[in-house]
Design a protein around this ligand. Structure first.
Ligand code: AMP
Ligand code: TRP
Length: 345
């Protein structure tokens, strides 16, 4: 166990988790449990940046928690909780709202995508979302953040916020005994899952996403064998046979995506997979892919359904995680209050 290093990551409870979440982030989260102190959050405060029906939100928080556990997160080893139970997130986010600059947030591509054409109608929370994400990480002074490729820009912003806070409050930080003026660490992105960018099954140029209106575009962790087989069968392809070299995937986004998924779920490299299936027609390959996905995903879905049968137990896990999270964040927040110049009793 490497000491002082601490892992933080989170997912939004805005629907069922999918293969992109699993291969892009979760597999790495599970791996890091072996070497690090890990804190994994269900980010419900992030979810409400766009409208969520309260009954569905409650259900989704429990379902994402169940998916974490079913995928292999151990709530005894790691801290597993929902964000709104720990006040430090919202509190530090406010301070960061006053550290981050409008110009920084104006560059965030995810806001532009999510807000769409009618930017005036987006919530203020959606705009300030990356500040809350920085607060999630830094409330624990976490050093490593395993995420998919799409979160890279948000993590760069978190690093800028940590650095500006350290600079702005340098004197105050040094007065507290941090000789080097380093209060917040620069959190490092860990973008090394087996497939850091899984694309939609309907369009190899768009990322697989919970918010895509087409269910056919993604494989949910709760899909049964039949649903998985159907989605793979209908997945978009091109008319050519599969290439026998990786470079033959250039300009063939759907082929690249399906082979990438196959490599990730079977734990092999793209090269190894191309060597196995190169020259095959998509129809033959799709059968292999769907069998591999069924073997990997269906047991997780079964476990999610079993865990969802006992909501009280899930709530107990979240309550226990929240109290362990508060025990780490509260003393850090006391120091933040002193550094900023607030009076506390
Ligand atoms: P979200 O679904 O936006 O809450 O994302 C949760 C985590 O899954 C983040 O680390 C994302 O980067 C990752 N993720 C989401 N969609 C994908 C995808 N299509 N491919 C790879 N990683 C993804
Ligand atoms: N913004 C991330 C996403 O949509 C979720 C998230 C919120 C997160 N807070 C975080 C990820 C802190 C890593 C660390 O995927």
């Amino acid at each position: 166990m490497k000491l002082k290093e601490r892992v933080f990551s989170g997912m939004q409870p805005t629907g069922s988790l999918h293969l992109g979440n699993y291969l892009g982030a979760m597999v790495q989260w599970i791996e890091m449990q072996k070497t690090h102190e890990c804190i994994y959050c269900v980010v419900d405060l992030h979810a409400i940046t766009v409208w969520q029906d309260p009954t569905e939100l409650r259900h989704a928080i429990r379902q994402v928690t169940a998916a974490y556990i079913a995928s292999g997160l151990d709530p005894k080893k790691s801290i597993l909780f929902n964000q709104s139970q720990v006040a430090a997130h919202a509190e530090l986010a406010w301070i960061f709202n006053c550290v981050a600059r409008l110009g920084w947030l104006n560059r965030m591509t995810q806001f532009k995508e999510k807000a769409g054409k009618d930017r005036e109608a987006a919530s203020v929370g959606l705009y300030a979302y990356p500040n809350l994400m920085a607060a999630d990480i830094l409330a624990y002074r976490a050093t490593h953040v395993p995420v998919g490729e799409d979160q890279k820009q948000h993590l760069e912003l978190a690093r800028d916020i940590a650095q500006k806070f350290n600079n702005d409050f340098r004197e105050s930080i040094e007065a507290k005994g941090y000789a080097d003026g380093l209060f917040f660490p620069q959190p490092e992105p860990v973008i090394t899952g087996p497939a850091t960018r899984v694309m939609s099954l309907r369009d190899g140029t768009k990322k697989m996403s919970k918010s895509d209106p087409s269910e056919q575009s993604r494989i949910a962790l709760t899909d049964d064998a039949e649903a998985i087989a159907n989605k793979v069968k209908r997945a978009k392809t091109d008319p050519d046979a599969l290439p026998s070299e990786v470079k033959g995937l250039a300009g063939r986004p759907e082929a690249e995506n399906l082979l990438g998924i196959y490599a990730a779920v079977t734990g092999r490299t793209l090269e190894a997979v191309v060597a196995e299936v190169g020259g095959q027609q998509f129809s033959a390959f799709k059968k292999l892919l769907s069998d591999a996905l069924v073997a990997r995903i269906v047991p997780i879905g079964d476990e999610i359904r079993r865990l969802m049968g006992d909501a009280a137990e899930i709530d107990r896990v979240l309550a226990d995680g929240a109290s362990r999270a508060r025990a780490i964040a509260n003393p850090i927040m006391d120091e933040v209050r002193d550094i900023v110049g607030f009076i506390r009793s």
